[in-house]
Design a protein around this ligand. Structure first.
Ligand code: ANZ
Ligand code: ZN
Length: 824
């Protein structure tokens, strides 16, 4: 009796892989094509569920297929080890984040090992280790020297009770989400990366990479490039020009008022002496604590107050009343707009509230609009503007008016981006220290490279108190200025963890280099990542920041590729009971639990079998059992046939085989062809696994229903099944292959389909005797009449009805039936 025992099989092979360091790869070229396969850097925390595991199952299947099809594969692993969860845990329990992080990493290592994931552990890294963050700091300094890292005051939401800065999302109706305290606006010095310098390239180069279209669209929308013009409106009373950004300079003649953002620095000055100053001040204060999200909400009733001033419309000299209103944001364009209520919904709504004129300058009707069909936001010929422009189409008018503005010195074409510079400083403890010293004489001084890393010191209290907890580490904070030697203070903010994960994929290429972040020559042998795998939740920030880092580092001469990830795959979620797995819903399937019950191979194969991997798929406990039965059957057949007659797993000569044995060979080659096509450049894991199941079914039938199957054909078919299922179930397949051949499956080249033996299309035909169905057979669709007749005659079930009878006639309908008429 053969019993499939993953608990014995899996650790045994894992030990071989660990002892022999099977998945380690050297940086030296060896003639093979390189393939860099990478799953997104995990944040180490507790137990992974099967949904998390999917990411690594996808990556491992790709890595194995690439290796066995002849590539030199880099498949490393590391940990995104800085970050808030460990710090919040420390605030609650007093356990140092380093201690809890190390524990979580140990648990991750154990889990990856128990899944048999083929990782090059010699390159393992953790972003919280000085050996790593030394180079994060080095990169910061490169960007700093290039003017791509800078410090400036930024308005932040300050919660006076929690004594901390809140993200916009944490401010509800002007109050702190948790404290309920009225949030104050504070200006704090913050560190930024100048990612906006790269906005155009970040948009344009999306064309050069093989990423899912939806991810590219999200990046484009996030960067939000918008083409238009900057037009100057003059306030004659103050003698100041106020530029606006507009995407519709063709509607300039339809401007009837002018609006400034509450944060606009000139608001107070404009209102001064107009009698409106009090209501303006009150309005501005209220607006500052309203969250940006709801300010931008199109549904919200428009609010605002008049400034008591006017500006001149440069195209017709009209005086437009000025307002301050919170639907205009300071962060976009110039923080001021010309309002065209006839052709912009928000301006229209505002005009309705304040009884301002609405003027049509583009012909066309908005079906949902007012009696005039306004606001009309569509395309149409210009009207009511100027004889030079009336009648022009939108595109023509845009061009003509911008040309006119340019000539008159009142405006010019301009491109705007929604993208803001990346605010990277955090007033938190558990992050990479920013390698900067503040000196009263020299100002902001970078720490010299030979003094890196700036080590993160230990502190007693992790709670942020309006400043980083690091500020309390006075021994560390107090230092001397690297430039003049005077007493100075270290920067106490730490870096956003997205900085750590924006370059780790470069470090893997030369992970043990302690003289540089990487050797550019070595980097060249691996970069860029050929296949990146991760969740679509990282479609914007991580993937955008990493692209920015690579472009900036390329410009600074540290590497010479432009895009970090040539190809991206975003896997779908594993759901249970119709919902995303989460502790709060109690529907989590623990990966460790799965490995304990069924073994890693069952979990891995099942996770990739439940549907196309890019889609969400529902976990089913019953189907997992089905997968386990399939692997059991494959392993038992393998063990049984290996112990039976025959040797190795070479394919027998089909010429010397009976038709049914040839059919088995054909099935094996069909499976090779199918699985290869499903895996080469695609992610057809589920259909690939299904093909192997079909092959194993046929083998099983041949073993159990026929006593005379040719042993060598069985051996070949089973070795093929093992070989093809290996990227998913590496342990069981390796074990079977080893029993059959004494060879190591991972060292074997991927099998090649023999086109001569590729299974022909088959059909089922029935065999009748005197019109009664006595047997059925699956035959090649193009089987000849003679072949079919011979098959029918050879059938035992037909034979018993022919005994002692005389065959009078045989009718063959190819592809359908054989009817044998008998007498006697
Ligand atoms: C006049 C106009 C007429 C506009 C019209 C639109 C339609 P996108 O496409 O997103 O770039 N705008 C400019 N700066 C703004 C700010 N700081 N806060 C709020 N709105 C602002 O949007 C550009 C348009 O948004 C600009 O073009 C401007 O309104 C408004 F029929 O100018 B438009
Ligand atoms: Zn100094």
């Amino acid at each position: 009796e053969y019993r499939y025992d993953p608990k014995e099989i899996e650790p045994r092979w894992q030990q071989v892989w660990a002892d022999e360091r099977t998945w380690e790869v050297s940086n030296d070229a060896d003639g093979r094509e390189k393939s860099y396969v990478l799953e997104m850097l995990p944040y180490p925390s507790g137990d992974l569920h099967v949904g998390h595991a999917k990411n690594y199952m996808v990556g491992d299947a790709v890595a194995h297929f690439q290796r066995r099809t002849g590539r030199r594969v880099l498949h490393p692993m590391g940990y995104d080890a800085f970050g808030l969860p460990a710090e919040n845990h420390a605030i609650k329990t007093g356990v140092h984040p380093r201690v809890s992080t190390e524990l979580a990493i140990k648990s991750f290592q154990e889990q990856f090992r128990s899944w048999g994931v083929s990782i090059d552990w010699s390159r393992e890294l953790s972003t919280c280790e000085p050996e790593y963050y030394r180079w994060t700091q080095w990169i910061f300094l490169q960007l700093f020297h290039a003017g791509l890292a800078y410090r400036k005051a930024a308005t932040v939401n300050w919660d006076p009770v929690e004594e901390t800065v809140l993200a916009n999302e944490q401010v509800i109706d002007g109050r702190g989400e948790r404290s309920g305290a009225l949030v104050e606006v504070r200006h704090l010095e913050q560190w930024f990366f100048r990612i906006t310098d790269y906005a155009d390239r970040l948009v344009d180069d999306l064309e050069t990479i093989d990423w899912p279209e939806n991810v590219k669209t999200m990046q484009r929308n996030w960067i939000g490039r918008s083409e238009g013009a900057e037009v100057s409106f003059r306030c004659e009373e103050l003698g100041i020009d106020y530029p606006v950004f507009t995407t519709r300079p063709d509607t300039l003649f339809g401007a009837t008022f002018f609006v400034m953002a509450p944060e606009h620095p000139d608001v107070e000055r404009l209102a001064a002496g107009t009698g409106h100053e009090d209501e303006v001040r009150e309005y501005v204060n209220r607006a500052l604590t309203t969250d940006k999200e709801s300010r931008g909400d199109a549904e919200r009733t428009k609010t605002g107050v008049p400034l008591g001033r006017t500006v001149t419309n440069p195209v017709n000299g009209e005086q437009l009343p000025m307002f301050v209103a919170d639907y205009v944001l300071m962060e976009y364009g110039t923080g001021a707009i010309m309002a065209v209520p006839g052709h912009d919904q928000r301006d229209y709504d505002f005009a309705q509230v304040f009884g301002l004129p609405v003027r049509r300058v583009v012909d066309g009707v908005n079906e949902d609009g007012d009696a005039e069909g306004l606001p009309f936001t569509g395309d149409g010929p210009l009207v009511n503007s100027h004889p030079d422009f009336d009648g022009l189409s939108k595109a023509e008018a845009l061009e003509a008016i911008v040309r006119w503005l340019d000539r008159e010195g009142k405006g010019q074409a301009s491109t705007n981006y929604r993208l803001r510079d990346w605010l990277l400083s955090r007033q938190r403890y558990w992050g990479c220290p920013i390698p900067i010293v503040h000196c009263d004489t020299c100002g902001v001084v970078p720490v010299p490279e030979d003094q890196l890393p700036v080590i993160l010191p230990d502190v007693e209290d992790y709670k942020p108190k309006g400043r980083s907890p690091l500020a309390a580490a006075t021994d560390w904070v107090n230092t001397s200025c690297p430039r003049c030697g005077a007493d100075a203070r270290r920067e106490t903010d730490t870096m956003d963890t997205f900085v750590d994960s924006s370059w780790y994929f470069l470090r893997y290429c030369d992970a043990r280099n302690d003289e540089a972040a990487w050797d550019p020559e070595i980097l060249k042998r691996w970069a860029p990542v050929d296949q990146y795998i991760g969740g679509v939740e990282h479609a914007i920030l991580h993937l955008l920041y990493a692209r920015f880092f690579v472009k900036a580092l390329a410009d600074l001469g540290h590497l010479d590729h432009q895009e970090p990830f040539s190809r991206l795959f975003t896997q779908g979620m594993v759901t249970k009971d119709g919902a995303k797995m989460s502790k709060s819903k109690g529907n989590v399937v623990s990966a460790t639990g799965m490995v304990d019950t069924y073994g890693a191979d069952t979990m891995r194969t099942y996770v990739l079998f439940i549907g196309p991997p890019e889609q969400d798929a529902e976990w089913s406990d019953t189907s997992v059992e089905g997968m386990h039965r399939f692997l059991s059957r494959l392993w038992r057949l393998g063990a049984q046939v290996a112990d039976g007659p025959g040797r190795g797993a070479d394919q027998p000569d089909p010429e010397a085989l009976a038709e049914q044995d040839v059919e088995l060979l054909r099935k094996a080659h069909w499976a090779i062809d199918k699985v290869t096509n499903d895996l080469a450049g695609r992610f057809g894991f589920n259909t690939a696994i299904a093909a192997v199941m079909e092959l194993v079914n046929d083998v099983s039938r041949a073993v159990n229903e026929r006593g005379d199957a040719e042993p060598q054909a069985l051996r070949f078919a089973l070795a093929t099944a093992a070989s093809l299922i290996f990227p998913f179930a590496p342990h069981a397949s390796t074990d079977i292959y080893h029993r059959l051949t004494a060879d190591r499956l991972w060292e074997q080249p991927w099998p090649a389909a023999d086109s001569e033996l590729l299974e022909r299309d088959t059909v089922e035909v029935v065999f009748q005797v005197n019109g009664k169905v006595r047997d059925r057979a699956t035959v090649p669709a193009d089987a000849s009449k003679d072949e079919l007749e011979a098959l029918a005659m050879a059938s035992g079930k037909v034979g018993v009805h022919l005994d002692g009878k005389t065959v009078v006639k045989v009718i063959v309908v190819p592809g359908k039936l054989v009817n044998i008429a008998v007498r006697g």
